[in-house]
Design a protein around this ligand. Structure first.
Ligand code: SAM
Length: 240
């Protein structure tokens, strides 16, 4: 990363109230690994330094708004892709334990190699679909938090994520500019799977000003055993 990229990262993080100094070298290494991975595996559409710094690194760090990710929590990152938001969060919050999950093996292979290169022992990647994990005793109702960025609409996310949360756990969903219709559908779906939308926090992405919304759904009671439905159904036929 050149000096401009590093400055953008520090400025963007600064606007979120985060100081990135000791982690700067690790972010540079992550940037290099992502560039290499992109050449080999075509992992992400974002290629320029500014895009990667602002739309991957800083954008992922916005999940820390509101302090819902503080302490030694177990965090499942649903649909992590090339490792977002897991990597930026793991670099600034080393006390969190991450399980980045994706259904695509090549992406999880990349996430595993990258976690090893960065020395992130608290990141344990997993190949799988949320629908399947949500029905396995090893994963159902086991996580303090599910984080998610750019995977599905809110009602779909509610059905995929709530079964994985323990009672009192939170889904931290980082989304773009959400419509009232999607939010309403998400509220109804959350109720159906044992949760409640507790926070809707609209904000602007640092420096670029793009619209974002952080949505927090709390798990209030156990998810009925019929959820999540079988693979593909939550997306093909959302609950609401
Ligand atoms: N979260 C990453 C980010 O913000 O850059 C990746 C977003 S990418 C658009 C969506 C990812 O979710 C894809 O890698 C896809 O394989 C994964 N995905 C979609 N549905 C899934 C499911 N039901 N279970 C596991 N992974 C899923």
């Amino acid at each position: 990363m050149n000096r401009e990229g590093l400055d953008l990262l520090q400025q963007g993080a600064g606007e979120l109230g985060l100081e990135i100094t000791s982690q700067l070298a690790a972010f540079e290494r992550l940037f290099e690994l992502l560039q290499e991975g992109n050449t080999r595996l075509n992992l992400t559409a974002l290629r320029t330094e500014e895009d990667i710094v602002l739309k991957h690194f800083v954008d992922s760090l916005t999940c820390l708004r509101g302090n819902y990710l503080e302490g030694a929590l177990s965090v499942l990152d649903l649909g992590t892709g090339a490792g977002f938001p897991t990597f930026p969060l793991a670099l600034v919050r080393p006390e969190l334990h991450f399980t980045p999950v994706d259904s695509t093996r090549k992406k999880i292979d990349f996430v595993r190699e990258t976690a090893a290169q960065l020395g992130l022992d608290q990141v344990a990647p997993l190949v799988g679909r949320a629908e399947a994990l949500g029905r396995e005793a090893e994963h159902r109702e086991q996580y303090d938090r599910v984080v998610v960025r750019a995977v599905a609409s809110l009602p779909v996310l509610a059905e995929l994520a709530l079964p994985l949360l323990r009672g009192g756990g939170l889904l931290v969903a980082q989304k773009g500019d959400i419509t009232a219709e999607e939010l309403n559908a998400g509220r109804r779906a959350a109720g159906e799977v044992g949760g409640k939308v507790q926070v809707v926090d609209p904000f602007e992405l640092p420096i670029l000003g793009d619209a974002r919304t952080l949505i927090i759904i709390e798990k209030l009671k156990p998810t009925p055993s019929k959820y999540p439905r079988r693979e593909g159904l939550p997306t093909a036929q959302p609950l609401f």
